[in-house]
Ligand binder design. Structure first.
Ligand code: KG4
Ligand code: ZN
Length: 345
């Protein structure tokens, strides 16, 4: 009898490291399949209404070794099985990035394995290609990447051929959520809380302005100021205004942000004639953004893509998948690499 031996192609195991802001995360990926994805958040910023950079880097320093250790254990591998280490080089807070980059350098040096630099924003987009997502977009597609630091519409033509079509001129969408929450006395990060309270509110109760900048760009700083003046006026009449109207304020504010985002995304999809439209980044965890993508997408006959919830906010799984595609291209960096707060897209 003829014996057929199928030699399976060697599988690649990559350790991903993410430390650009206030989450310390490590993931192990085997080709495009996540084996573990550990995220340690930092509660220390809650009381400050935003991330305090110095406190963030100190917490990364404390968390990085236990988080990597937990990722390796959960994946059921030994560190000697790892073929390469991928890390976020930027953009982000320099002190935070330094911890992840320095760790990646020593880890790679100790094991004599290659290092792969990843742009955090590419990571958010490439999270769509992690195997356990329901479906993957086809090239070319448009991705609305919305996070605490960025708001971009990106034309994605290949894994690493991406161009920014439009972006925010001032605050990011996540920043607008967080600053609004702070004005209402809610802790950081306020985005998930506004999302939660909005569920029981009337989105048409209060009217806030939709910005009108050119092209496919965005602006959210005027909206934040409009909310500030609105709250000041109303609190003068009723000191309990926020408490009495929390759900309606959250629903109305959230609806304004989501309408602003879709106004530009719809225009871009039409002009660039793409049918695959995706969202990514922390704000893509927002329930109205997710449901509106499906509703508006259906009306425009788009194929719509939303990453699994755990791949939306900052996590090392997205860095590991980006690292995997770079590994296939042997796109490695040397020990001279340094983090960069503002990284070219
Ligand atoms: O991508 P990400 O985890 O970190 C950055 O790269 O910035 O995004 C964090 C942002 C924060 O501004 C947070 O408030 C926002 O994502 N966010 C949300 C939701 N979950 C996270 N905003 C609105 N609704 C949510 N459910
Ligand atoms: Zn992010």
């Amino acid at each position: 009898m003829l014996k057929i031996i199928i030699l399976s192609a060697k599988e690649t195991i990559i350790l991903g490291i993410e430390s650009s802001c206030d989450d310390t995360s490590a993931a192990i990926i085997k080709n495009d399949r996540i084996l573990s994805n550990i995220v340690a958040g930092q509660k220390v910023h809650e009381a400050f209404g935003g991330v305090v950079p110095e406190l963030a880097s100190r917490a990364h320093q404390q968390n990085i070794i236990p988080v990597v250790d937990a990722a390796i254990k959960k994946a059921g591998i030994s560190k000697n099985d790892i073929d390469a280490v991928a890390f976020t080089r930027g953009p982000g807070l320099l002190g935070s990035l330094l911890v992840g980059v320095s760790f990646a350098k020593s880890f790679a040096l100790g094991l004599n394995i290659p290092m792969i630099e990843v742009n955090h924003m590419h990571g958010h987009i490439l999270a769509h290609f992690i195997a356990d997502n329901e479906k993957k977009p086809s090239f070319p597609f448009l991705c609305l990447t919305v996070s605490g630091g960025h708001t971009q519409i990106v034309l994605v033509e290949d894994y690493f051929k991406m161009s920014i079509v439009g972006e925010t001129k001032d605050d990011a969408a996540g920043e607008a959520f967080d600053k609004a929450a702070k004005l209402m006395g809610l802790p950081y990060p306020g985005g998930p809380l506004i999302d939660k309270y909005a569920k029981e509110g009337d989105p048409n109760k209060f009217e806030f302005p939709i910005s009108n900048v050119g092209g496919y760009d965005f602006s959210f700083s005027g909206l934040k100021t409009a909310l500030l003046y609105f709250l000041q006026r109303e609190i003068e009449k009723n000191p309990n205004f926020v408490k009495d109207n929390l759900h309606d304020i959250c629903a109305s504010f959230q609806q304004t942000i989501i309408k602003t985002l879709f106004k530009k995304l719809t225009k871009a999809a039409k002009v660039y004639q793409v049918k695959d439209v995706a969202i990514a980044g922390g704000v893509s965890a927002n329930s109205l953004l997710r449901s509106e993508l499906q509703r508006i997408g259906h009306n425009h006959s788009w194929n719509t893509f939303i990453p699994k919830f755990e791949y939306c906010t900052d996590n090392a799984g997205m860095i590991a998948i980006a690292g995997y595609y770079k590994y296939l291209n042997k796109d490695f960096v040397g020990q001279e690499i340094v983090p960069t707060a503002r990284m070219k897209f």
